[in-house]
Design a protein around this ligand. Sequence first.
Ligand code: URA
Length: 448
Amino acid sequence: MSNAGVFLPQEMIRTKRDGGTIDAADIEKFVAGITDGSVTDGQVAAFAMAVFFNGMTPDEGAALTLAMRDSGDVMDWTKFGFEADAPIVDKHSTGGVGDKVSLMLAPIVAACGGFVPMISGRGLGHTGGTLDKLEAIPGYDPYPSTERFAEIVKTVGCSVIGQTGDLAPADKRFYSIRDVTATVESIPLITASILSKKLSAGLNALVMDVKFGNGAFMDSFEKAEELARNIVRVANAAGVPTTALLTDMNQVLGRTAGNAVEIFETIEFLLEPKQADKRLVCVTLDLAAHMLALSGAQPSYDVARDKAALALMKGDAADVFAKMVVAQGGPADLYEKRDEYLKLAPVVKPVKAAKAGFVTGMNTRAIGMAVVALGGGRTDPAAKIDHSVGLTQICQIGDRVSADDTLAMVYARDDAAAEAAIKSVRAAIELGAAEPNIEPIVAQTIGE
Ligand code: URA
């Protein structure tokens, strides 16, 4: 449509409905209307449905992303004394079960010269959220002022905080309308939604962890790959160098799922990395190396990977995590007194294997929902959660077990909740006679 006259949202919607291309100026006006309420819910829904069916060109996707990013505050790190090209870098995961990677990744990258201003989310549905996990640490403040956030990033190297209403407010309204109009599952809209929020942190590089498999938001590999390619294309078009890793979420990541239990696993990962879960180490170091190389904090992927491994093994990353916790109001002796600070639920029971065999598969989503049912996750964004419940010692695909061996430990508030979780987790873990193939956790890297 022409921009010459008054902007009419219905004309822009008509163009998209009929398979045409819309220009950046109109997209900006439409997004301004989403933010100030002058575009109606019906128009937002109709636009979302038109995009759902007809898609967007890379230029349209970039324009939508930038307009949504600019609908609220965008961090300008030069105001806080950073060089314009400082290695300010983040990672975003599309979410999974047991995905505590951000907690170890941010300190590793910070220990190797990157600056990580990480704006994290809460868990929703079967997936956990980094913010919920951090709130299991007494005193941890996920909402420092912008000045304090910048100071922590500058002095410690990383700060993990929650999203405030000032960041990408257009996405908040747009997403809530998509949620009730069957238009969430649109690659260009998901891309703009994720990137508008991430890019409002003023990043110079981004690494995406796009998960596929039965515990992921996108369960098919093909769809996840399409999303990853689109995010890389749009983010690069928006001027932020981006790489995406496609990673396997056909089983719980690491050995714990919940909130306080995942902080325990994080601390143990940082203090005793040689004993840490190998898949968790592999994906964390791979993401760290890409973040460091892409942002220019390290000269190449190979150098970055060695540095990241060294920072983990020498305990530098553990030091950074401890400093970040203190800077955000948490206890200085968290490592030494973790058993006192991280409260675990009182009823602890094993999930026992019904027969001998190999763990051949896992219904990862069902395991995530078992944690939700224990009270450790939410299906309503405003619901309160219980940080003390969850699962530990979760088996992995390929483990050989005897009858009555422990497949996982349940931490529950009471016996009834524990029994229900035991039933769900046992049903979600497949045992078979033949040793299964173990798929690598990082299936593909896009955008190198
Ligand atoms: N996560 C987001 O932030 N936005 C979407 O549209 C889908 C998943």
